[in-house]
Design a protein around this ligand. Structure first.
Ligand code: FAD
Length: 383
């Protein structure tokens, strides 16, 4: 693996850094307190090409490889995880999955709208009764002539109240022993689909997380993404790449924690000099620095494997597991460096910690990543 960035990758990282400094950083505390990111950010993300990374230009994408996608995700995550999550879901879980599994008509219809930011996508897998055990989901899609009638409830859906389309997973076959889950692209203004925003989240407060209720929502059979009964494979393939994106966002959090901790430790004085002079403060900072590098290298390795067409699923789980735990450690160490000021939201450490915490939960908890890695390493499934 070549650890040097190409000119193009360096340029895209600079672009993302500038964008974050200009369009995100000044508003982060305001959005966090208001529990809402300014929706205008979506169009801006589309205009600059960040919602079309890795998608072919013929479908409105901005091309680029997965390392470029990681670099942008990292920079956005360094600024605000809520904004980063909009991209990780609308592009990472929805548009990229349509690009991988969609037929020509689906790609022509959805991709230009998603990559431009005209539309937002959301990913509807989790249900109130099935989170880690997603394969046992109970939302049903019953065939009726040329349509499917979909009923069920989806929980914790990122972008849920903002989205124009939900990539939704529903059971199309109830035969015992047959998983029979299929994927559907459902416009969120479909009659029978209602949404309720979930408030009071510990972190990612700027993000529109919602419960989606579907009561006899009728969709044409052509709304199915991928073959009937292959929906679980569609979901798992989306999450395998999605975990790399979460990991990159975690690198961004850890880097932001490092930047803030170094700045504060060199400015804040106690016992007659900057606190950076104290060995135990340096321990906190050096632990963050090591976490940043290790998480970044694991994440870039996944991007490199994908771009070379090599297997990457287990590496993606390793990167997501390590980077998410590292982001929590890094943000917590950063808060410690800030002392009491770390505990109030005029300073960045508290928000970094609150935003980092969910990374160990979604797209497969840390326990689930360990089971996936354990199965790959031992050949024995502990599920
Ligand atoms: P459970 O599955 O009930 O797990 C509870 C605990 O038990 C966890 O610690 C878990 O690790 C552990 N556990 C479960 N099974 C095992 C096992 N076999 N062995 C060991 N431990 C186990 N979902 C979507 O579909 N789309 C989204 O866009 C989305 N966005 C989200 C945004 C936020 C802010 C949050 C909080 C969640 C989001 N989710 C989304 C849902 C998320 O993916 C689930 O919360 C996650 O998969 C865990 O499911 P659960 O919450 O039902 O926990």
């Amino acid at each position: 693996m070549n650890l040097e960035l190409s000119e193009e990758q360096t340029a895209v990282r600079e672009l993302a850094r500038d964008f974050t400094a200009r369009e995100i950083a000044p508003y982060v505390t305001e959005w966090d307190r208001a529990e809402q990111v300014d929706r205008a950010i979506v169009k801006k993300l589309g205009e600059v090409g960040f919602l079309g990374l890795t998608i072919d230009e013929e479908y409105g994408g901005s091309g680029g490889d997965h390392l470029a996608y990681c670099l942008v995700t990292e920079e956005l995550g360094r600024g605000d995880s809520s904004v980063r999550g909009i991209v990780s879901v609308s592009l990472g879980l929805v548009a990229k999955t349509i690009a991988a599994w969609g037929n020509e008509e689906q790609k022509q219809h959805w991709l230009p709208r998603l990559t431009s930011g005209e539309y937002v996508g959301c990913f509807g897998l989790t249900e109130p009764g099935t989170g880690s055990d997603a394969g046992n989901l109970t939302t049903k899609a019953v065939r009726d002539g040329d349509t499917y009638v979909v009923s069920g409830t989806k929980m914790f859906i990122t972008n849920g109240t903002w989205a124009d389309v939900v990539l939704l997973f529903a059971r199309t076959n109830d035969q015992p022993g047959h998983k029979g889950v299929s994927a559907f692209l459902i416009p969120t203004d479909s009659p029978g689909l209602t949404r309720r925003e979930i408030h009071g989240k510990l972190g990612l407060r700027g993000q529109a997380t919602a419960e989606l209720v579907l009561e006899d929502v009728r969709v044409p059979a052509s709304a199915m993404l991928g073959p009937e009964g292959k929906g679980f494979s569609v979901a798992m393939s989306a999450l395998a790449k999605g975990r790399m994106s979460v990991a990159a966002g975690c690198v961004g959090i850890a880097q932001a924690a490092l930047d803030a901790a170094v700045r504060y430790a060199t400015e804040r004085e106690q016992f007659g000099g900057p606190i950076a002079r104290h060995q135990l403060v340096q321990e906190l900072i050096s632990d963050i620095a090591v976490d940043v590098d290790a998480a970044r290298l694991l994440t870039w390795r996944v991007a490199d494997l994908i771009d070379r067409g090599l297997p990457f699923t287990t590496e993606s789980s390793k990167a997501k597991l390590f980077a998410s735990e590292a982001a929590v450690r890094a943000a917590n160490n950063c808060l410690q460096v800030f002392g009491g000021y770390g505990y109030i939201d005029e300073y960045p450490a508290g928000k970094l910690l609150r935003d980092a915490r969910v990374m160990t939960l979604y797209e497969g908890t840390s326990q689930i990543q360990k089971l996936l890695i354990g199965r790959a390493v031992t050949g024995v499934s502990a599920f």
